[in-house]
Ligand binder design. Structure first.
Ligand code: R5P
Length: 269
């Protein structure tokens, strides 16, 4: 278990930069993720973990890619429904082991119509994970109700996830985020949410989150919907792993975006 978690935190910073590319499981072919293989290939060498579903792992991640995998194992609802909380476990821990992933992830929907089912899913996944040495990441999902993302709500959702046994929690950054961190006894990573107005805004969000105690990010749209996704990922790494300021990270972004593109196989690890 600890070895699997350590794989996703490979640098001395004790933090992680995960690339979230699991949106298709309920959103379909999202902008810039229409061809998942093409989006993932240049970014994978720069991520500490790739968050994917098994379908994308099978079809769109080359088996030679050594980036640890965070496998999404919940699903069952799509954006066509108003209520996204009606999820079940869609992949077993046995399958996750066969796929040699580093952790499994599911969404919990605290306060939503299917709160109970999603929390029981978490409990069952933790139970199976404990048996087989597979860490579980709980994602405090809010469905379409993005306005729910305040410190009071996220503190509750993160704490409940940890109490049920999640080894890591993925949530959103919010005002008063340090309270969310203080109330959660397991490490928290933050999602980016829908694409923000600028790269600078996403770098600022990340900087605040790290300053206030996040152990990293699991970010998607603010990376691969950028016109310069590799540069964005490298700028985020500077904040998460090197404690760069936003200004320093913007410098990294500007330098990297003018760098000639290198084929994925030759990119630095
Ligand atoms: C939703 O599909 C997933 O939980 C995403 O992995 C999560 O929201 C992170 O992606 P983004 O930074 O695009 O919100």
């Amino acid at each position: 278990m600890r070895n699997r978690i350590a794989r996703m935190f490979p640098t001395g910073s004790g933090r992680t930069v995960m690339l979230a590319v699991d949106h298709g499981y309920f959103m379909g072919p999202t902008r810039h993720l229409e061809n998942a293989r093409a989006t993932i290939a240049p970014l994978a060498p720069h991520a500490d973990a790739l968050a994917v579903t098994r379908g994308i792992l099978r079809t769109s991640v080359d088996p030679s890619v050594s980036t640890p995998i965070l496998l999404r194992v919940s699903g069952g609802a799509t954006v066509l429904k108003e209520d996204l909380s009606h999820e079940a476990l869609t992949t077993t821990v046995k399958e996750a082991l066969r796929l040699n992933v580093s952790a499994v992830a599911l969404s919990v929907f605290v306060g939503a119509p299917h709160e109970h089912e999603s929390l029981v899913n978490l409990a069952q996944l933790v139970e199976a994970g404990e048996d087989l040495g597979m860490p579980v990441v709980s994602i405090t999902a809010v469905g379409k109700e993005l306005e729910k993302r305040d410190a009071r709500y996220l503190s509750l959702a993160c704490r409940v996830s940890a109490e049920i046994g999640a080894h890591l929690v993925k949530t959103y950054y919010c005002d008063g985020f340090s309270k969310v961190v203080d109330g959660c006894p397991v490490p928290i990573v933050v999602a980016g949410g829908p694409k923000l107005d600028s790269e600078q805004a996403a770098l600022e969000l990340t900087h605040h989150a790290i300053e206030e105690g996040a152990k990293g990010i699991d970010m998607g749209r603010n990376i691969w919907q950028s016109e310069h996704p590799v540069a964005m990922l490298r700028a985020l790494r500077a904040i998460v792993h090197e404690d760069a300021t936003v200004r320093e990270a913007l410098e990294v972004f500007r330098e990297e975006k003018t760098r000639p593109k290198v084929a994925p196989a030759e990119a630095p690890a």
